[in-house]
Design a protein around this ligand. Structure first.
Ligand SMILES: [Zn+2]
Length: 306
């Protein structure tokens, strides 16, 4: 495990007072955070996975020089986005979808067990103090910041953060750039529906959950991958081929350039579950399927540079 060898995070101002804390290269657990600075505090969109990485994020927030009460938004319950909540609490409100709170309580620090060799440091489960169901508006001075629940997509509880005046969209892991989408804990059909909603917003700048900041074209790229996935899943399902076997014989084509290709196995399990019917986003056996993703990789744990 080459823990800690990824490049240092980068802070970029993408609109007046709106910053992105990017963690290259964007693979497993290297997520992005948004910093929306106001006169009396910063809205921090997502934290980070490890003590060391949260400390770097905290430094970036402090560097904006804004005194007051910060606000943390968790775009979904995954550890890389929430494990640093405690560094901002208790003076910060922690906001997330109501299902994110439930999932965080249930999954706890489970992510750390998937990569036992990563130096996680002091990470904690700090649950949201404010939850909502459909949408919530924040007002950062005169700036409107809209939180919209668009799940099930990457998970059941995905929230995007939309700045209508600046046309900036923080998409959480509903959109990734240069990384394979991952819908095992969410929904393929739900993602396609979410992408239609996101496209209609008319974003100029899209801050993806992992990877470099993009334009709206990342919506179309993700849409194309998910439709390709649904098609190969439908054929494999009809032929009775198990997801792992199907993944092994699938030519990734243009998607072989993307990081974390083993996610195909998890995505196929989700697509199969949707072909079987039932509620979108219903729980699947994530630990067992993650084991199959390792098997797809020839028995090697996917690389996590957190
Ligand atoms: Zn995630």
């Amino acid at each position: 495990m080459s823990s800690g060898t990824a490049a240092r995070p980068r802070l970029t101002e993408i609109a007046d007072g709106v910053h992105v804390h990017t963690q290259p290269h964007g693979g497993w657990c290297l997520n992005n955070s948004g910093l929306i600075a106001g006169r009396h505090g910063v809205v921090v969109v997502d934290t980070a996975a490890t003590e060391r990485r949260v400390a770097l994020l905290r430094e970036a927030v402090d560097g904006l020089g804004t005194e007051g009460h910060h606000t943390v938004v968790n775009t979904h319950h995954h550890g890389d986005h929430v494990f640093g909540n405690h560094v901002f609490a208790p003076s910060a409100a922690i906001i997330a979808h109501e299902k994110a709170r439930t999932e965080m309580a249930e999954t706890g620090l489970g992510l750390t067990q998937l990569w036992p060799d990563v130096e996680w440091g002091d990470v904690r489960v700090t649950l949201p103090t404010v939850t909502f169901r459909d949408r919530l508006s924040l007002h950062v001075d005169d700036r409107l910041v809209e939180l919209l629940h668009v799940g099930p997509a990457h998970t059941t509880n995905d929230v995007v953060v939309w700045l209508p005046a600046e046309r900036v969209l923080f998409a959480g892991d509903v959109l990734l750039n240069g990384c394979t989408p991952f819908n095992l804990m969410g929904s393929i059909a739900g993602s396609l529906r979410a992408l239609r909603r996101l496209r209609a917003l008319g974003a100029r700048t899209v801050v993806v959950g992992h990877g470099e900041v993009s334009g709206p074209e990342v919506i179309d790229q993700t849409d194309a991958y998910l439709r390709w996935l649904q098609q190969i899943a439908a054929e494999g399902f009809a032929a009775g081929i198990p997801p792992l076997e199907l993944a092994g014989r699938t030519d990734l084509g243009p998607y072989s350039e993307w990081l974390d290709p083993e996610r195909l196995v998890g995505n196929l399990h989700r697509a199969y579950a949707e072909l079987e019917g039932g509620e979108l986003g219903r729980p699947l056996d994530v630990v067992r399927i993650f084991g199959e993703m390792v098997e797809y990789n020839g028995g090697t744990l996917p690389e996590c540079l957190a």
